[in-house]
Design a protein around this ligand. Structure first.
Ligand code: ZN
Length: 236
């Protein structure tokens, strides 16, 4: 999602023109009207919708994705309010000092008892792109340094890719793969598995160009493959 003019360079012009035209029609009052229209349409289709949802939530999925406005969890998976618990940040970075992410993860895993955690990146991610360059954008550069660490870890694989788009796409994927790995290093996930609970951690990448999600097939569902250095036990 960062920054718009930067990402626009990477997208085809027709698509950008459509996006700009669309966003120009969004106004403050229009959002409130849109909300009223949505309530009317939702009740027409399902009169008990709000009664049901207001009673509580039990989503089976936690989604950790990018803040990018073009990657909304519900729409692109054809799901509805109540289906997915969502955490988003710029470039779907997963670091162990992020209290926001850790709180969401702990609540989702131990209170909501989600069965799947999805780390969802997207090709064309402005945050990942910015991390590939040397231009400063402000405080966000510090956040994106986490992605530079991903690059450093996979330097050999990335540097041989001479095609810049290929290298960009692969870093998007590796950022997701490292995100999945970072989740498995948390005491939250490891304890859940140690207690015999079902929990799958998965890595996905969404294509802005096709609308399709690619499963990177890096799913983890037990403590088995965690390297010794990162393995913890709860003292029992
Ligand atoms: Zn992004």
């Amino acid at each position: 999602m960062w920054p718009d003019h930067y990402i626009n360079i990477k997208l085809n012009n027709i698509m950008c023109a459509k996006i700009e035209h669309h966003t120009q029609n969004i106004t403050y009052d229009g959002l409130l009207q849109g909300n009223r229209d949505w309530v009317t349409a939702t009740l027409a289709e399902d009169p008990t919708f709000f009664d049901r949802l207001s009673a509580g939530q039990k989503p089976p999925i936690l989604w950790i994705g990018c803040s990018d406005s073009r990657v909304p969890a519900n729409q692109i998976t054809n799901t509805r309010p109540g289906d997915i618990f969502v955490h988003r940040n710029i470039a779907n970075v997963i670091v162990h000092t992020d209290m926001n992410m850790l709180s969401v993860l702990d609540y989702a895993v131990n209170v909501l008892e989600v069965e799947h955690v999805l780390v969802v990146g997207h090709y064309g991610c402005g945050g990942v792109n910015a991390a590939m360059g040397s231009k400063q954008f402000g405080i966000i550069d510090n956040w994106l340094t986490n992605i530079r660490d991903v690059y450093r870890l996979h330097n050999d694989e990335l540097d041989v890719l001479t095609d810049e788009k290929q290298r960009f796409d692969r870093l998007v994927e590796l950022n997701v793969i490292e995100g999945v790995s970072n989740l498995t290093k948390t005491s939250i996930v490891q304890n859940r598995w140690a207690n015999g609970k079902k929990l799958g951690i998965h890595g996905w990448v969404y294509s802005l160009e096709t609308g399709l999600i690619k499963d990177l097939e890096v799913s983890a569902s037990s403590n088995e493959n965690i390297s010794r250095v990162f393995k913890m036990n709860d003292g029992q």
